[in-house]
Design a protein around this ligand. Structure first.
Ligand code: GLN
Length: 450
């Protein structure tokens, strides 16, 4: 009740929730009390949290930030939802996001933009980052201690950085995508957002694991991610990709990140410069591959199956075209057009196939780097949270916000963002990138710094 009261009051300004599930939460809290009384409590019993509105929740609206799904109530739970339910956690609602997770600012949501609580404390309307901006703002404002999120090209790490919270994007295949509404299937990965690395570890313990209902889920043992948090970092080899300390990087932000890395040296880590020679191609490859996959995934929203349908269609074609014209927002349409173009006969080889080849080179860069070092560190974003509206009518400027995050998704490796100080009163993030299935090591490194 205390969390719900705080949430309902504070969220009038933040708009970090699309749906608040007060009745369900109170019933679940009551059930948790009974579990506890019966001596059956887990570490999650009764713990309040929220789901990004991309995870299907049985009986509770799941909109993906879109008018297309504004009235969609799934008849089943995502695997991630199911896991939290089984653990006894209490979901307070569904958090706001860019429409279909396409964006870096949570401004493209059909349900209005989310505001960054750090900006508000300075009297300014700044973005929380995106697409998981609702989860990040909610955790930052202490509306919930933890929230789920997804990361296709940075959507966990970038909002975590801009809101001063800790977020983890796991290895592709570590967390089931079953019931997680698809954006770009070969890049999408569910993950965690909370105040500390320790809380992220507790979340990942619930979320990770094999799921036969997701064909790219990996059947691999899940360690207890909290077990290794306290291991000393002495001898940890840190690589600084020189391409990630260049370009339009904000100088004060760079200083904060370098001083965080200095703390690691004090903890006994060694630091050296490394190179990711194809880093400059990541944005271009990502913004071909992600829209291509999105154009295929979003073809299911046609007015015939579920979700929005236009009024009084004249015929079948009219239903398809008006449903999609009315149901999707501008950024989603842009992605569908770009993706359809890149996949069309005559252009497939020049764009999609080429981007896939570049993707392989980017992956190889990371494989080579991890022969020399254990983790890579860099800024999560080139600058702190920007003012709302500043980049929303210039898609390319918005896409450049993802310059340090998208390569990780193209390679399928895990990465975190950890709060690393402030620039002009706004939080900035340190990105820690690891080899496949190194989540425990990333959490350990983040925990030792915190
Ligand atoms: N900002 C990136 C995009 O718009 C990444 C989004 C995401 O990770 N879901 O595609």
């Amino acid at each position: 009740r205390q969390f719900l009261g705080h949430l309902k009051k504070e969220d009038e300004q933040l708009n970090s929730f699309i749906t608040i599930t007060e009745d369900e939460a109170l019933a679940d809290a009551h059930a948790a009390d009974e579990q506890r009384a019966a001596g059956r409590a887990t570490r999650w019993t009764g713990v309040p949290f929220a789901h990004k509105d991309i995870f299907c929740t049985n009986g509770v609206a799941t909109t993906c930030g879109s008018k297309m799904l504004a009235n969609f109530v799934p008849p089943y739970d995502a695997r991630v939802t199911e896991n939290f339910r089984k653990a006894g956690a209490v979901c307070l609602g569904k958090t706001n996001m860019d429409e279909f997770a396409m964006g870096s600012s949570t401004e493209s949501s059909h349900f209005g933009a989310t505001t960054n609580p750090w900006g508000l404390s300075k009297g300014e309307k700044r973005v929380p980052g995106g697409s998981s901006g609702g989860s990040a703002a909610a955790v930052a404002a202490r509306l919930v201690p933890a929230a789920t999120a997804t990361d296709t090209g940075g959507s966990i790490r970038q909002p975590a950085a801009l809101c001063g919270v800790t977020g983890l994007k796991p290895t592709y295949g570590r967390v089931s995508r079953y019931g997680m509404i698809a954006f770009a299937s070969s890049l999408d990965q569910g993950g965690t957002m909370a105040r500390t690395a320790e809380d992220n570890a507790l979340m990942l313990n619930v979320m990770a694991g094999f799921d036969p209902r997701d064909s790219t889920s990996l059947d691999r043992e899940v360690p207890d991610y909290t077990a290794t948090l306290d291991e000393p970092l002495k001898g940890l080899r840190i690589g600084l990709p020189k391409e990630y300390f260049a370009g339009n990087l904000n100088a004060a932000l760079e200083e904060q990140v370098r001083s965080a890395i200095g703390e690691y040296e004090k903890l006994g880590a060694t630091v050296k410069e490394v190179s990711l020679p194809h880093a400059h191609l990541a944005i271009a490859a990502y913004y071909v591959i992600a829209p291509a996959e999105a154009s295929a995934n979003l073809s299911r929203f046609d007015g015939a199956r579920y979700g929005y349908r236009c009024e009084d269609p004249k015929d079948l074609l009219d239903m398809y075209t008006r449903t999609r014209a009315e149901g999707f927002g501008a950024e989603v349409k842009r992605r569908i057009l770009v993706g359809t173009y890149a996949l069309s006969a005559g252009y497939f080889d020049a764009y999609y196939l080429k981007a896939q080849k570049v993707r392989r080179l980017i992956q190889q860069d990371f494989i080579d780097a991890f022969r020399e070092v254990d983790v890579l560190m860099s800024p999560t974003t080139p600058s702190p949270a920007f003012i709302q509206g500043e980049k929303s009518d210039d898609p390319v400027t918005m896409y450049l916000e993802d310059v340090f995050t998208v390569a990780v998704n193209l390679a399928g490796i895990p990465a975190m963002s950890v709060p690393a100080g402030f620039v002009d009163g706004l939080p900035v993030g340190l990105q820690i990138i690891g080899d496949y299935f190194s989540e425990a090591r990333l959490l350990n490194a983040a925990h030792q710094y915190q």
